[in-house]
Design a protein around this ligand. Structure first.
Ligand code: G1P
Length: 289
């Protein structure tokens, strides 16, 4: 099998961020800081670390700060250069490394995650695999691990097997109704590796959940998911769900659950965001233990 290059990552950023109100009233939730940089910068850095250098932001009006963050800021750069603030200048320029290409497309109606991903369909080749990263969730390697990145493992696994990779982690039963939940036929999952998936359901009740394996918000998908998304009818919450298109894909293609080896922080709500700042702030040596 040919090793397919995967370089595109779709990042949906059109959400309203209601769970972060009032912080997100007039700033995009993706610009909320986690330790020393906005949430979106962590997510783009994760994509770059996995070799995904073509970022496709699915956005909407009122969110231009997200795009601006990945643009050069000439006035600021010139000023820092003039003042000889080299370290700061380098930090600033590192946000936009030469290999990073950012494109944005608009989601003109809030019809769900599946719809957001489908808004970028014209930018993805028919046989081109791509990643989806949900920016509410931060995925970081364990503090004890080196810089090993789960997303990079998912990319290489896809390249070897051509099976779609969906990152999952175990959650408490009471939380299953907040996530897509994978059905892996009761198999035991091993952290850092992939297991065949036989179904996935969006936000099931605890009684109906096939497992407690929650979809974390990192996906490597084949291009053929796009026509499936185009046919997907509204599901949970009356939204077009990416989960439902993946469930359809399982009938015709290999799909695997990748068991996260790192840690996730749900920064889309206040407790998760505070926890990320506390844990990562301490690890960065910026907060006392
Ligand atoms: C989305 C997905 C869901 C996934 C979750 C991860 O839901 O639809 O399958 O488990 O992200 O955060 P949302 O949080 O947008 O409701």
């Amino acid at each position: 099998m040919n090793k397919q290059k995967i370089s595109k990552a779709i990042i949906p950023v059109a959400g309203l961020g209601t769970r972060l109100l009032p912080i997100s009233k007039s700033i995009p939730k993706e610009m909320v800081p986690v330790v020393d940089r906005p949430l979106i910068q962590h997510v783009v850095e994760e994509a770059l670390a996995a070799g995904l250098n073509e970022i496709i932001l699915v956005t909407r009006g009122g969110k231009s700060a997200v795009e601006d963050h990945f643009d050069h800021h000439y006035e600021l750069e010139t000023e820092l250069e003039k003042k000889g603030k080299t370290q700061l200048l380098e930090q600033l320029r590192a946000i936009v490394p030469p290999e990073l290409k950012v494109t944005s497309v608009r989601q003109d109606q809030a019809l769900g995650l599946g719809h957001a991903v489908a808004c970028a369909a014209h930018l993805i080749g028919e046989d081109e695999a791509f990643a989806v990263l949900l920016p509410d969730v931060l995925v970081k390697p364990q503090a004890s691990m080196s810089e090993q990145c789960d997303l990079a493992t998912m990319v290489t696994t896809f390249q070897a097997s051509h099976a779609a990779q969906i990152m999952v982690e175990q959650v408490p039963l009471a939380d299953v109704e907040r996530y897509g939940i994978a059905d892996c036929a009761g198999q035991d999952l091993v952290a850092g590796s992939s297991t065949a998936m036989r179904g996935v359901v969006e936000k099931p009740s605890p009684e109906q959940a096939p497992s407690q394996l929650a979809v974390v918000g990192r996906y490597i998908l084949p291009g053929k998911i796009m026509p499936l998304l185009a046919q997907t009818q509204p599901g949970a919450g009356n939204e077009i769900q990416l989960t439902d298109a993946i469930d359809t894909l399982i009938a015709e293609d290999k799909v695997e659950a990748f068991c996260m080896a790192g840690r996730s922080f749900d920064c889309g709500h206040i407790p998760g965001w505070l926890q990320a700042n506390q844990v990562l702030g301490r690890e960065a040596g910026l907060l006392a233990d």
